[in-house]
Design a protein around this ligand. Structure first.
Ligand SMILES: NC(=O)c1ccc[n+]([C@@H]2O[C@H](COP(=O)([O-])OP(=O)(O)OC[C@H]3O[C@@H](n4cnc5c(N)ncnc54)[C@H](OP(=O)(O)O)[C@@H]3O)[C@@H](O)[C@H]2O)c1
Length: 353
């Protein structure tokens, strides 16, 4: 049989070779995929920011395995739509939306109270929601946005839900950080980075992710002997809305001109969800705590995040921060009541004149 002329050309073989190399490299960049048969029937899970991106795909994986999943999201419309979509995709009826604004610590506490009224169990608390490089802004409690949302919101949430996690144990807390934690510093004398130049916000982002690593370290010590584990991961660089404030998304020109290269080099949101899925689900991690994972593999923890003294110091610092914020919000509330009463008094005295 004669070889078709198509295969006689060197160009054809070069094209096949290049395509195979590109496809192989793309598959490598996707990272390993998590496969296991572990069922999650009768388990209860909370996923913060489960309405999109990486959190959405982990919520899907948990629900597919039979867990009752609460997606905790700041936007009711997006949250309800995501819960409906997840139910359609998985066939599960046990996917619920609960509102949660991590940039408002009162709302975080309100969320925890609502959750405790609904459930007396919590097996998986997956702290996934986050922001990266938004324009400079503060949370309701006056904290720099990355610090407030990525760290303090989750700090309060984990602590409020710890009693429930303990009574449900074995249970797990999974924190999503970023490989960029290793570039971070804790600015004790300027925690909201007000004195420093905000720049593009990367110092604030890395500080908040280092803060999560330090929180993991201290929690691991506090939870010794309780069968509640805490682990953290970097999901890889995934094409999600986390990049929404970066020039590749805000500039139409850059977005269009880099689209193909980003599509090729970055993970999908589902690929990014593989390591969080592993940490939330895998039975081999039942007793593993205080570890950091990338691409389903444990990685050494570097810099201040590996120091017990630093974790202790930052934990106490956080308690002070929260205490000051609470006192300020109470005195603001008293001031508001005083102003309102004074206003009422003025009106009444006008009436009597
Ligand atoms: N993608 C990456 O390359 C990458 C790399 C390293 C680490 N991470 C981390 O992975 C996590 C998930 O990110 P993603 O890539 O899936 O990004 P994403 O698509 O932007 O998802 C982030 C989620 O967080 C929610 N969120 C933001 N601010 C919130 C607030 N104040 N209260 C409650 N929820 C809030 C978002 O809600 P809305 O939908 O309402 O905005 C969204 O659901 C983040 O912690 C991120 O730092 C991602």
């Amino acid at each position: 049989m004669e070889t078709p002329p198509f295969f006689e050309s060197w160009y054809t073989w070069i094209a096949i070779f290049v395509t195979a190399v590109l496809a192989g490299f793309r598959s490598y960049l996707k990272g390993p995929q998590y496969f296991s048969q572990t069922p999650l029937d009768d388990k209860v899970a909370v996923v913060t920011g489960g309405n999109r991106g990486i959190g959405f795909y982990t919520a899907k994986e948990l629900a597919q395995r039979g867990a009752k999943v609460y997606i905790a999201c700041r936007d009711s419309e997006l949250g309800k739509a995501a819960a409906a979509q997840l139910m359609k995709m998985t066939g599960s009826k046990e996917i619920h939306f609960l509102p949660l604004r991590l940039n408002d610590l009162k709302d975080v506490k309100r969320f925890c109270e609502d959750f405790k009224k609904r459930e007396d169990k919590l097996h998986i608390l997956y702290c996934n929601a986050g922001v990266m490089l938004p324009p400079p802004s503060k949370t309701t409690d006056g904290f720099e946005h990355h610090l407030g949302v990525n760290y303090l919101g989750h700090y309060v949430m984990v602590n409020e839900l710890l009693p429930l996690l303990k009574t449900t144990a074995p249970s797990r807390v999974v924190l999503i950080t970023s490989a960029a934690y290793s570039l971070g510093n804790i600015h004790y004398d300027d925690i909201n980075l007000e004195k420093a130049e905000y720049g593009n916000g990367s110092e604030c982002f890395t500080q908040s992710k280092l803060a999560l690593m330090l929180m993991m370290r201290k929690l691991t010590k506090l939870l010794e002997g309780t069968k509640v584990t805490v682990n953290a991961c970097h999901p890889g660089v995934a094409r999600t809305q986390i990049h929404r404030y970066m020039p590749i998304c805000t500039s139409q020109f850059l977005y269009v001109s880099t689209y193909l290269i980003c599509w090729y080099l970055m993970k999908t949101a589902n690929d990014g969800a593989q390591t969080p899925n592993f940490l939330c689900i895998d039975e081999s991690l039942n007793e593993v705590t205080g570890k950091y994972y990338v691409d389903l593999q444990e990685k050494a923890i570097e810099g201040p995040a590996a120091s017990d003294d630093e974790a202790e110091k930052f934990w106490l610092f956080t308690l002070q921060l929260l205490d000051t914020a609470e006192k300020t919000s109470k005195s603001d509330a008293v001031e508001q009541v005083d102003v309102a009463q004074a206003g009422q008094g003025d009106q009444e005295s006008k009436k009597t004149k």
